[in-house]
Ligand binder design. Sequence first.
Ligand SMILES: Nc1ncnc2c1ncn2[C@@H]1O[C@H](COP(=O)(O)OP(=O)(O)OP(=O)(O)O)[C@@H](O)[C@H]1O
Ligand SMILES: [Mg+2]
Length: 264
Amino acid sequence: MSNGSSTQKQGNSPAIEVVGLAKRYGDFEAVRGLDFEVKPGEVVGFLGPNGAGKTTTMRMLTGFIPATDGEARIAGHDIFSDATNARRAIGYLPETPPLYPEMTPTSYVDFVARLKGVPRRSRKEAVERALGRCGLLDVRGREIRQLSKGYRQRVGLAQAIVHEPKVLVLDEPTVGLDPIQIREIRLLIQDLAATGGQTVLLSTHILAEVDAICQRVILLDRGRKVLDQSLTELTGGGVSLEEVFTRVMTRDEATEPGAEGEAA
Ligand SMILES: Nc1ncnc2c1ncn2[C@@H]1O[C@H](COP(=O)(O)OP(=O)(O)OP(=O)(O)O)[C@@H](O)[C@H]1O
Ligand SMILES: [Mg+2]
């Protein structure tokens, strides 16, 4: 809002736009002056070691916690001044989805659809579609507490996509799943981006996952962005992602404040 370009070209807006975003907990800076953009339809891997600030950033983008500083827009909607529209444009799979154990996949996804403002007329169809896409039709009537972890994760994904949001924010979507389910969820994410034109920001610690489905990588470390590059550029020289990250993370340690400019 306070930056120079106040004219919003809705159609051309980045799917996600983050400027100087920060989160402080007391004296501790969990996210520090983060800037990045994600284009419509892009699948971006949001990476970084434990505690880097991935979940904190995702919570700010999805309106779960307030930012301390900075700006963010989702499909052109400011997360502060246009929060309702920003939230409707986004689907979020949290690190631990708040599922209600006594509800069924159908009733839970329907409940979220209502919260997200899916009109009554199309709600039933939207719920069916989300359950179908996540492979939940067979267990739709069972209580969530009876479902395996993998199926619960699918319910989490189904509620994230039920209102067909432009932007999907997925916090470690395949954690705890078996290899077959991991494959299926990856295919689903790719399919959502390819056929639904959805933009995906996804955090993961599995580099093979990034290789398989992401076009670009944003790497965080201690609340800061330390790398933002396309996968083609990153691994173009036949170097593995793992090697690239090890290099970036060790280089970063060598250039901590104080060490900078002291090379002989
Ligand atoms: N409510 C809170 N109060 C204080 N510190 C917090 C709070 N939530 C998160 N933090 C701290 O902020 C930092 C970033 O945490 P965050 O959960 O965003 O990391 P992450 O990148 O998602 O890590 P992981 O890979 O382990 O999921 C951590 O040091 C964490 O301890
Ligand atoms: Mg996290």
